[in-house]
Design a protein around this ligand. Structure first.
Ligand code: G3H
Ligand code: 13P
Ligand code: ZN
Length: 311
């Protein structure tokens, strides 16, 4: 099976009340851990590449690793640019074989966001590629850009119909209170998401796939593991799993997860090296890290996203 777009995945997810996991990938072990779990759970997958990942690992290496995963798993896999910020970056990914791109014009004024998004949509659709746009700004760190709480803003449901109609986007990321990174909610407070906004967006765009960024749960077992084995992370609070399940049962068809992969990998490597201080073969510590990613992703597919058995 060749790489696919997310069109069919989203149709089935919307109708079935589940979501597709969109996992950020940066190297071979991360790709293997994610795709091995998806293969065993027969789950469709979106593997997403940020511009930082592309700078780190190189476009061709990542594409070839993902192509290897397609051969090994025979799963429907969509390869997606995460947070594209310019037409040129989106074009380069489309020309380089990605099947989906995000153009994130959310930091621009509404009219400029529409102009830029439409420009990407026209080029992408001419090449059989789908596009995710964004309205509303998430707090947190994306690549080198830090969005402060003061600059973050919820999506305005009054704008979504016009944005989708004028740009032609295939899916829309909205801001309902999630944020990027490990520190999403104040420790000791109850995490809140604006499900009223999601519901309003869903009513105005019936059948249209919505995307949730900043959706790591910041799994406490991995934060504890990092701190137990020499790390020094402050209290970190992510999105509770029941909220993600609720979003997946609504119009949210794509749930973005990166921080949980980072925490699983780093926690496991810290533990391994602390317990085996004389070891220096990278395969020895990357093997359990890959296995931890696999089991963490399996948990998400089965217990959070509900996309197991849907490939
Ligand atoms: O939303 C951002 C993702 O977590 C990607 O992070 O840009 O550091 O690769 P990155
Ligand atoms: P997390 O930082 O919550 O994993 O979010 C990742 C993301 O939204 C990638 O676009
Ligand atoms: Zn994001």
């Amino acid at each position: 099976m060749p790489l696919v777009t997310s069109t069919e995945m989203f149709k089935k997810a919307y109708d079935g009340g589940y979501a597709i996991g969109a996992f950020n990938v940066n190297n071979m072990e991360i790709i293997q851990g994610i795709t091995e779990a998806a293969k065993e759970e027969n789950a469709p997958l979106i593997l997403q590449v940020s511009s930082g990942a592309r700078k780190y690992a190189n476009h061709t290496y990542l594409m070839k690793l993902i192509e290897a995963a397609v051969i090994e798993t025979e799963l429907p896999i969509c390869v997606h640019l995460d947070h594209g910020d310019t037409f040129e970056l989106c074009k380069s990914c489309i020309d380089g074989g990605f099947t989906s791109v995000m153009i994130d014009g959310s930091h621009h004024p509404f009219e400029e966001n529409i102009r830029l998004t439409k420009q990407v949509v026209e080029y992408a659709h001419d090449h059989g590629v789908v596009v995710e746009g964004e309205l509303g700004r998430l707090e947190g760190i994306e690549d080198d850009v830090k969005v402060s709480a003061a600059d973050a803003s919820y999506t305005d449901p009054d704008q979504v119909q016009e944005f989708v109609a004028r740009t032609g986007v295939d899916s829309l990321a909205i801001a309902i209170g999630t944020s990027h990174g490990a520190y999403k909610f104040k420790p000791g407070t109850k995490p809140q998401l604006r499900f009223d906004i999601l519901e309003e967006v869903q009513n105005r765009l019936p059948g249209f796939p919505i995307v949730l960024h900043g959706a790591s749960s910041v799994m406490p077992e991995f934060v504890s593991m990092i701190n137990k084995y020499g790390g020094d992370m402050p209290d970190a609070v992510g999105v509770p799993e029941d909220m993600l399940r609720r979003a997946a049962s609504m119009a949210v068809c794509k749930i973005n997860i990166d921080s949980d992969l980072r925490l699983a990998m780093t926690g496991t490597i810290r533990k391994y090296l602390a317990e085996n201080p004389s070891h220096f073969d990278p395969r020895q510590y990357l093997k359990p890290a890959r296995a931890a990613i696999k089991e963490m992703v399996r948990h998400k597919l089965v217990h959070v996203l509900g996309c197991n058995g849907k490939a």
